[in-house]
Write a protein that binds this ligand. Structure first.
Ligand code: ZN
Ligand code: ZN
Length: 350
């Protein structure tokens, strides 16, 4: 020990400074190979790994799944066993499927003013994230929830708080949580791009993004049937959110008309949006790096495979054989209306 007369001189040597190892740059997933990605929502009934084989057999190179029952509050039993998760990851690698999108349970409502529902939703989202991480998912899609009669701004801040708490202490790695736009039925949040933008802005430190559903955007009032209408919607999206924060598009035709605010999916080309609109969506320069995921109904066997095949045809620009009676037939490609039909999105009050 140094005495008072000869104090030890403490000099700072810059070489001694603690410098943590720079974290490795995030690995680019193998599926990001520049090829267009077309996926479909696939059932996990029976065995979760089977969903991968089903997606591949339908002709998809990407997929979406639920990681547990989507309409029941999950229980501890919904945990994914490490062996199952490992088998799933290995099979996915073999089949070169990506991105893997997981859609959250429909019951979740982090924006609810009811503290019980809020707490339940938070816990359920936490488990969704844990399962998504176990399966090595790229994106976890969540509906923003409903204000249930309350103030929209307060609902958005409850949602933001819930998101932060659910992800607390979970290293998300390559996983990104995507908030999906909605048709705007009742007090559902997220039918306006500004609301989605406000949600992202409220969580600057979270790996968040947005998933755009074509049927919802149409039901919310954006006329994406024409080239002009699609551009108008995409530019508004780019201005409020930024296309780089929209990695996934749910491609669904709509059973309900423009601005109906009712969410009913239809087969590609057989609904109110129409085939030519989907050709433009799939080949739009602003959406070049998006993955396209189908959530179309299965009314008869083979519908899922047919919808995947239709999308590939639209991408490859093969001549389209439009189904009889489909709205906006080839005529709409040749004679684009000069006026832009756009129903302004009604601002939702309290
Ligand atoms: Zn959804
Ligand atoms: Zn959707």
């Amino acid at each position: 020990m140094a005495d008072r007369k000869h104090p030890v001189e403490l000099t700072f040597d810059a070489a001694d400074e603690y410098r943590p190892e720079p974290s490795a740059p995030p690995e680019t997933p193998a599926w990001k190979d520049g090829r267009i990605r077309i996926g479909i929502h696939t059932s996990i009934a029976g065995d979760i790994s089977r969903a991968l084989d089903i997606a591949a057999s339908l002709g998809a190179n990407a997929l979406q799944i639920f990681s547990a029952s989507p309409r029941m509050w999950d229980r501890a039993a919904s945990r994914i066993l490490p062996a199952d998760a490992e088998r799933f990851r290995a099979r996915r690698k073999e089949l070169a499927l990506g991105p893997l999108v997981i859609h959250c349970n429909y019951l979740l409502n982090l924006a609810s003013p009811d503290p019980v529902l809020q707490a339940r939703s938070l816990q359920a989202l936490h488990r969704e994230i844990v399962r998504a991480l176990a399966l090595g998912a790229d994106y976890l899609v969540l509906h923003p929830g409903c204000a249930l009669g309350g103030d929209t701004r307060a609902a958005i801040s409850r949602l933001a708080r819930g998101l932060k708490q659910a992800a607390l202490r979970l290293p998300l790695g390559g996983l990104r949580i995507l908030l999906e736009n909605t048709a705007g039925q009742g007090s559902a949040l997220g039918s306006r791009f500004e609301e989605l933008g406000a949600m992202l802005d409220a969580c600057p430190d979270l790996a968040l993004g947005v998933c755009i559903d074509t049927a919802h955007v149409f039901a919310a009032g954006w006329d994406i049937r024409t080239a002009e209408g699609l551009d108008l919607a995409l530019f508004a999206l780019h201005r409020t959110i930024g296309i780089d924060r929209v990695p996934v598009i749910h491609v669904n035709d709509s059973k309900t008309p423009l601005g109906s605010r009712v969410d009913r999916h239809q087969h590609i080309g057989k609904g109110k949006i129409g085939l030519s609109a989907f050709a433009r969506i799939l080949n739009h320069r602003l959406l070049r790096s998006c993955a396209f995921i189908l959530e179309t109904p299965i009314d008869k066997p083979g519908d899922d495979q047919r919808n995947v095949a239709v999308l590939w045809k639209l991408v490859r620009g093969k001549p389209l054989r439009l189904p009889a009676g489909a709205p906006h037939r080839r005529r709409s490609l040749a004679h684009r209306p000069r006026t832009i039909r756009w129903l302004p999105q009604t601002s939702r009050g309290k």
